[in-house]
Write a protein that binds this ligand. Sequence first.
Ligand SMILES: Cc1cc2nc3c(=O)[nH]c(=O)nc-3n(C[C@H](O)[C@H](O)[C@H](O)COP(=O)(O)OP(=O)(O)OC[C@H]3O[C@@H](n4cnc5c(N)ncnc54)[C@H](O)[C@@H]3O)c2cc1C
Length: 393
Amino acid sequence: MQSSDFSNSYDVIIIGAGAAGLMAAVECGKRGRRTLLLEHTTKIGEKIRISGGGRCNFTNIHTTPAQYLSDNPHFVRSALARYKPSDNISYHEKTLGQLFCDHSAQQIIQMFLDLAHQYHVEIKTQCTISELEKGADRKFYLKTSLGPFESQSLVIATGGLSIPQIGASDFGYKIAEQFNLNIIPPRPALVPLLLHEEELSALKGLSGLSAPAYVSFNKRVFLENILITHRGLSGPAILQISSYLEPESAPHTIQIDLLPYDNLEEFFKINRKSKKTPLSHLRTLLPNRLVDYFAERNSDLTRSITDLSNEALRKIVAQFKVFCLEIAGNEGYRKAEVTAGGLDTKELSSKTMEVIKVPGLYFIGEVVDVTGWLGGYNFQWAWASGFVAGQFA
Ligand SMILES: Cc1cc2nc3c(=O)[nH]c(=O)nc-3n(C[C@H](O)[C@H](O)[C@H](O)COP(=O)(O)OP(=O)(O)OC[C@H]3O[C@@H](n4cnc5c(N)ncnc54)[C@H](O)[C@@H]3O)c2cc1C
């Protein structure tokens, strides 16, 4: 496969023109490295374009290692410290420290295109890579639909398996296998959850309903909105907890506190002698449809508080504060915002993102076993790991 044609020879080849690949390419270009960025679809940065409702929630000002899942939770520390939430483009802050583009995610893509042009980074799209090998001369040789290419350094930035309809592939994992690198089994994360048929038909009338709630599983708790769908559960709090439902710990029962801001117990204590019903009070706190769902299952909700025993009141509190649902599965990669798992971080230097046993080979972004919470953390990882690799590749 070896070729010695200079026009096909680069210092660095980066595979995958997503967030991480674009950042690494520009950083390599800045260092004067002859850089080629290869993308197999027709477009670059497609996930940047569709994210955050078209405005890309590109980072979060509260980023720390605590918002990342990985077999090695400390791995992200170095890269995150070297590339902090940037102020390259004009943005606005939404809730929870999330930064969004003022106008459109296209601003970010255009910024990278301009920088790539400025630093002479070559970008080739619609490029299918059929073979890749490392020669005895330590160079990487690629056989592609656009001809052969070779480079001193090779950066894998092909992302995870989420949203295959816009270009996701298992290319990165295959390269990892080719070089005998360990992979933490990939799984959909930040993904809507499915409920069992019985639960689903009971909740049928609530489809489309959204409310703030604490959602918890295994000591993890998120306070954001939940959304009841015709297949199960979604909304930010559900997506967040979904990342923690590892297949090994199934079956999973999640706990939902539907009254995150209200102390129902205290209300009953103060109104212990009241003729009011729990139903009338709960209707001031929650959507009627939701309260009716519980009233259909517990007739005590329609009786006066004064007529109810302490045990009956405790039961009502538990219904709303400790609402438990068993999860049947998730909606899979077609709906998952990210892929958890990936290249085992033990294979990489956290300072450079270079594979320890394969000098010159780098892995960055979502293909690595690093998964952020919802809220800009995944792009922040893509930028930070791309930035770091861009200083060394
Ligand atoms: C709908 C949606 C909304 C999201 N919103 C947000 C958000 O608001 N904030 C946030 O932080 N995160 C968000 N994410 C997650 C975020 O988009 C990803 O974590 C991030 O894009 C990962 O960057 P990456 O460069 O590692 O991978 P990607 O962006 O997936 O880029 C990988 C690139 O590699 C290309 N590729 C794959 N296989 C090959 C191959 N064989 N040859 C050549 N090229 C290949 C792909 O086509 C793609 O261009 C969202 C994800 C989705 C799906």
